[in-house]
Each structure stands twice: as C-alpha cells, then as structure tokens.
Ligand binder design. Structure first.
Ligand code: ZN
Length: 139
C-alpha cells in the first residue's frame, strides 16, 4: 500500500500520465480464467467511474496471478482513489482480493457473472481530493 502522506497533486500527476486499465484487459490467467473488465464505483459518491478514468498497471506476479494497481478519478466529485487488487485464476473463475481499513476483502467472480466486474470497492482504500483547477485531470 502507498503511504497515507502521499501528495494529492503528485497523485493527480501520476494519474494524468497513466494508461487506462482497460487498455491492458482482458488478462488471461490460464486454465480458462480470464479477467475481461474492471469497473469501480467512487467510494466517496458511489457513482461509477468512467473506464478511461481508471488508470494504472496490470502486473503478472506469477503464472495465474496478477496485480492491478493504480488510481481512479471520479468525474463527479473529483476524488482520486488509490486501488490495488490481487487477482488469482481459479478453474475458470477469478478470485479478487484487496485490503480495506476493516481488513482483507475477497470476492470470487465467475465468468457468467461478468458484466462490469468488480463493482465492489465501496470503502476507501486511499482517497484524495484533487486540488487546484476545477477538472485538472480532464484530457
Ligand atoms: Zn465521486
């Protein structure tokens, strides 16, 4: 996890340079386990973030396991959310794990349930208000 003292402007800058996670999807974790999409709701206002505003990296850690981490920006309330998910292929489905202040969360997602996967980030992992201009992160 990132430090809580991270500078919000630096985070916004990092976000502006990052590619959408959607560009790196789908991720094939082997054995028929494929992660096709990632959707996040803003932990601050509960509205879905635009796909192009969910940015960062998909890193393969080992065969069948990847980490998806980055920063999502909400176009409505202008909050940044730091996220990090560990995804493990499991016989055609995918187990997604992440940390919340209350502890570790785990969700098991089966291929038939994919619509917009992973709309489960309800509590803040790391939430930062963007300072400065009205919409400093718009393209
Ligand atoms: Zn929001």
């Amino acid at each position: 996890m990132r430090s809580k003292t991270i500078n919000a402007q630096a985070l916004a800058y990092e976000w502006s340079l990052s590619a959408p996670i959607a560009d790196a999807l789908p991720v094939d974790l082997g054995g028929g386990s494929v992660l096709p999409a990632l959707g996040l709701d803003c932990p601050n206002c509960n509205r879905p973030m635009e796909s192009s505003h969910i940015r960062g990296n998909v890193v393969l850690i080992e065969p069948g396991v990847c980490r998806i981490e980055g920063v999502g920006a909400c176009g409505i309330c202008e909050m940044l959310t730091v996220f990090s998910f560990r995804c493990t292929g499991d016989r055609g489905s995918v187990i997604v794990e992440w940390h919340e202040p209350s502890g570790r969360r785990l969700v098991h997602i089966r291929p038939t349930l994919w619509l917009r996967c992973l709309r489960h980030l309800k509590k803040r992992i790391g939430l930062y208000r963007i300072g400065g201009k009205k919409k400093p992160y718009s393209r």
